[in-house]
Design a protein around this ligand. Structure first.
Ligand code: OGA
Ligand code: NI
Length: 353
């Protein structure tokens, strides 16, 4: 690996230096900057404790279906993951980013196929505009296949992040069953593939930023997987609604954010859309999020569920895979790439040739 590719100035380093202005590479064109005065809107919060109770499950499924259709996202409470487990993972994640650069640089990689990689922005080598974010991404399921590659410092990282990873993987199975149920599919649709599926955790660190109105932590994108389950320490995540307006997702104590990704749009044959979202940064506080991205296995392809293809709803998508997504993003700089989901859409009758 060429040393130049693996050297960069992390957002954390800039924040530590106390720069009064963000360097020009972070400044977005005016049309892409966040609007500082976004009105607060009510966002769906679903109590999922009733999922295991046959008397209450239909009501929960109904709420899940409404939220997926309207926004492609909802928050869950009473999800069964103890708040202490969430807090430990968040705390140890923040500790990792606060380590000296020397302690982290062996994990740097700009290769999107690497199972563990630490970096800044999206891709510090390719990005023309940089984003005010440091991250570590690691494959997480099955945990025993990957955990030896995770950071050994902080010393409790593996244990704390690992416990959270296992808990989220379990929750994801319940949630994907609920989403399938809401689509009229069997709750155990694709069960075997989901069991053998991939979980990638993106731990995102957004230091306090001297000029948050000029930049973003992450640009608008949708996630490649079926579901993403996200925990955030502070408000900062924004989602786009069908009317193309941005909304903050409130940081509700103990709640987890559940987002539909590209694979779910494909499986549902477009009934549910993968949700466009972005991360803003703020002046006073550092913010941490842990996004757990759940998809089928790397090379497993998935198409629309046959039950959701009929005369009125022709098959609207080509098959998607995590590997296909990686190939897509390896191609070019982010701002020049369209979304992966756009490359999968078929024009009517394309499948009938
Ligand atoms: C992601 C993501 C949003 C956030 O990691 O894919 O969208 O709030 N994160 O950190
Ligand atoms: Ni995302």
């Amino acid at each position: 690996m060429e040393p130049i590719r693996n050297s960069f100035t992390s957002a954390m380093t800039l924040a530590r230096m106390g720069v009064p202005h963000i360097p020009s590479r972070f400044v977005l064109p005016p049309s892409q900057r966040p609007n500082p005065s976004i009105p607060a809107a009510a966002m769906p919060v679903i109590d999922i404790s009733g999922l295991h109770d046959p008397a209450h499950r239909p009501h929960v499924i109904h709420q899940v279906g409404l939220a997926c259709k309207e926004l492609g996202f909802f928050q869950v409470i009473n999800h069964g993951i103890p708040s202490s487990l969430m807090k430990d993972a968040m705390d140890v994640g923040a500790e990792f980013f606060e380590l000296a650069d020397e302690e982290k640089k062996h994990l740097v990689s700009d290769d999107v196929h690497h199972p563990v990689r630490y970096g800044t922005s999206l891709n510090h080598v390719k990005d023309k505009v940089h984003f005010w974010r440091d991250f570590i991404k690691h494959y997480s399921h099955p945990l025993s296949s990957w955990i030896h590659l995770w950071p050994s410092n902080p010393p409790t990282y593996k244990e704390k992040m690992g416990s959270y990873a296992v808990a989220v993987q379990g929750l994801h199975k319940q949630l994907i069953g609920a989403v399938f149920d809401s689509l009229g599919l069997r709750a155990d649709y694709l069960e075997e593939d989901i069991e053998q599926g991939s979980q990638v955790m993106a731990v995102n660190f957004y230091p306090a930023c001297p000029e948050p109105e000029l930049t973003l932590g992450l640009p608008p994108h949708s996630d490649y997987g079926a579901l993403t389950i996200l925990a955030q320490t502070h408000q900062g995540l924004q989602i786009m609604d069908h009317a193309q307006s941005w909304h903050f997702v409130p940081a509700t104590e103990g709640a987890l954010v559940v987002q539909m990704g590209d694979q779910m749009e494909v499986i549902s044959n477009g009934r549910y859309k993968s949700m466009l979202h972005r991360a803003t940064v703020n002046f006073e506080k550092k913010r941490l999020s842990i996004a757990s991205l759940h998809s089928l296995a790397l090379e497993k392809k998935v198409g629309p569920a046959p039950e959701l293809v009929d005369d009125q709803h022709g098959s609207g998508y080509k098959e998607a895979s995590f590997g296909g997504f990686l190939k897509h993003i390896s191609g070019n700089e982010f701002t020049k790439l369209g979304r992966y989901i756009e490359t999968l859409k078929m024009s009517p009758h394309e499948d009938e040739v």
